[in-house]
Design a protein around this ligand. Sequence first.
Ligand code: DSN
Length: 487
Amino acid sequence: MAADPVTTTAPAPGAEYADTASAAYRAALQVIESVEPRIAAATRKELADQRDSLKLIASENYASPATLLTMGTWLSDKYAEGTIGHRFYAGCQNVDTVESVAAEHARELFGSPYAYAQPHSGIDANLVAFWAILATRIEAPELAAQGAKHVNDLSEADWEKLRNKLGNQRLLGMSLDAGGHLTHGFRPNISGKMFHQRSYGTDPETGLLDYDALAAAAREFKPLIIVGGYSAYPRRINFAKMREIADEVGATLMVDMAHFAGLVAGKVFTGDEDPVPHAHVTTTTTHKSLRGPRGGLVLATEEYAPAVDKGCPMVLGGPLSHVMAAKAVALAEARQPAFQTYAQRVADNAKALADGFLKRGARLVTGGTDNHIVLLDVTSFGLTGRQAESALLDSGVVTNRNSIPADPNGAWYTSGIRFGTPALTTRGFGAADFDRVAELVVDVLTNTSPEGTSKAKYKLADGTAQRVHAAAAELLEANPLYPGLTL
Ligand code: DSN
């Protein structure tokens, strides 16, 4: 295997590798074209668009050709509900191999006693975790108390009692506007409906996670589950401290590391900042900073592993065996030393981007970053997040709008733009490039003005989009995506 097939932080892939991948994609596109040319065209166009834009969405990345190619096979055609060696269908011996290899790489990479590679996404991984915690903490003791082995052994009355118990548990998670995820107890999401939920947030002055307020909320609310982790918080978290709080109130600590799994895998977050040794259950996606295929993973202690292992068909549909295979390939890549170099560069580049904004007078939530996220408060430019996001897109800068703490514009229009460095770091961008990105973003935003009282409409000063597109093109050409890959 080439040391690092995507990033230029490691020896670039040899021409042979690029030629082989090019031939594979050309052949695949020809086959697709013969059935539905519009899909072949959209697939080609997507590569061109991704090559030609500054991808700064914090949750996106570029997977290696090996990872991508692994998904296009007949492994997709096999049903394999159940778990390794215990399936509801015959003929799953090769899927067993695939899932075992993916789980083995995940266990080794993250130092976890158990890994579950089946979740199709991060939300699925969180649902598996929730139900595994409920099964372990609520259902199993109730069955034992009734002398039953299985829920089907319960009388109707005891079953009703158990269902009421399962449906009346408490969850404490980070609020959406402080950077938490929808599945951390946001009321419109299933997590806010299946649990009595309460949120913890950040200090209004510093924007930093307030551990004392979190401990006070945990003591008062006594949740079954405390969820750690975030989608839009630009700082590291002390998971040892979170575990102490969870232990004090008898809660299970579940950490959703979807965003920063690459920084954990790459040993940028170690000790108290590595959630895996501290959490009872850790969930992640595989496609963000971890740079794998779209999908999820659950890691767990031995106590929770048996319940997590029942994720399919309890919560999940049949596993996507072709994607589990790609997870195995991407996790094997993440175990290479080059991935640690990559992960450190992701964090260094975020700092360079934040410094680039600060020196140009922009306001950042928490005043900076120490992970892969930079959250820019665009009210300082007189804009909503929606206006800023659109003006940046017109200029070839792809981001997403995001709420900021106590957001005056609500969750739809928002007041923030979230930036992330994983994708452009994969292309080879360094600190100087990210400083230039900050300059281009500030150029766009200072040349954008709201139209009337609309929170969506805006006007971009003449020539801005063209100027920024041209400058971005120089950066992108110097750091090509999939160098040598031609379709
Ligand atoms: N969509 C992911 C993100 O952008 O952070 C979370 O689900």
